[in-house]
Design a protein around this ligand. Structure first.
Ligand code: NAD
Length: 255
């Protein structure tokens, strides 16, 4: 195992999927920069990751929807730490709201964080990767960006946008040896989902996920490690890897 891969920036790294990926990354020899909205949440997450490998993690408070904060937050992140060679864009918010109850303000807010935020962080990280001769970016999209899940107009559109952005970046950044891929998770048991999914939502998912369960956050980590690792996925770019218990493949006939 490579013991010094460089730094991977993980947005939304204080919770859920981002934190699970951070835990796996330090075990695979990455240094991790956790980025999230508040210092207390970051401190708690850092303590968890430090317990796996002490000294391999730093934190930065950064709202991905605020371009100035992103630029300032990442400005000196390599100093005394290491070259940025990886990025996982996991910061995001989810809302399940009927179409006519979705305000333009809410639609914009969700796109600002999930899509524009992904773009803004990727742009800064890719600049650093370019200076070091390449790197790998993993954008956390969603199966809701592939299929039209009801009451997710803003969320689904934001994640569909992340998938297209991934494909465009993969094509444009390939000459710089920067690979860009996406993961499309199905239902994972995280704080976001615990807030977003009602009992009815959970029952509905169980009808359409062939594995008939929600995944644990750690179950996404292997996919992220594969896509970040040049020795395993050097010719994989522009790909969307579903980690969804079979949801996207399901034919929707009753069981
Ligand atoms: P989570 O709420 O546990 O983690 C999301 C993290 O992002 C939180 O720590 C939050 O503080 C942070 N965040 C939110 N807005 C931010 C901002 N503006 N700037 C910086 N950080 C911000 O949720 P999760 O389930 O781990 O979600 C992670 C990603 O996975 C999201 O992009 C989500 O859309 C995606 N996803 C989750 C599921 C699921 O079932 N949990 C399914 C598909 C996709």
């Amino acid at each position: 195992m490579n013991s010094d891969r460089g730094v991977v920036i993980i947005t939304g790294g204080a919770s859920g999927i981002g934190l699970a990926i951070a835990r796996a990354a330090v075990g695979e020899g990455w240094k991790v920069l956790l980025a999230d909205l508040t210092q207390p949440a970051l401190d708690a997450a850092k303590a968890q990751v430090d317990a796996i490998k002490p000294g391999a993690t730093r934190t930065v408070v950064m709202d991905v929807a605020n371009e100035d904060a992103v630029i300032a937050g990442l400005k000196d992140c390599e100093n005394g730490f290491g070259p940025v060679r990886g990025l996982v864009n996991s910061a995001g918010i989810g809302r399940q709201v009927p179409f006519f109850e979705t305000s333009v303000k809410l639609f914009r807010e969700i796109l600002d964080i999930n899509l524009v935020g992904t773009f803004a962080v990727a742009k800064e990280a890719a600049r650093m990767m370019k200076a070091h001769g390449g790197g790998a970016i993993v954008n956390v999209a969603s199966v809701s960006g592939i299929r039209g899940n009801i009451e997710r107009s803003a969320y689904g559109a934001s994640k569909g946008g992340v998938i297209t952005l991934t494909q465009v970046m993969a094509a444009e950044l390939a000459p710089l040896k920067i690979r860009v891929n996406a993961i499309a998770p199905g239902p994972f048991e995280t704080p976001m989902v615990q807030e977003m999914h009602t009992t009815e939502t959970r029952e509905a998912w169980m009808q359409v996920v062939p594995q008939r369960r929600y995944a644990e956050p750690a179950e996404v980590a292997g996919a992220a490690m594969f896509l970040l690792d040049d020795s395993k996925s050097s010719f994989v770019t522009g790909h969307v890897l579903n980690v969804d218990g079979g949801f996207a493949a399901h034919g929707l006939l009753p069981k």
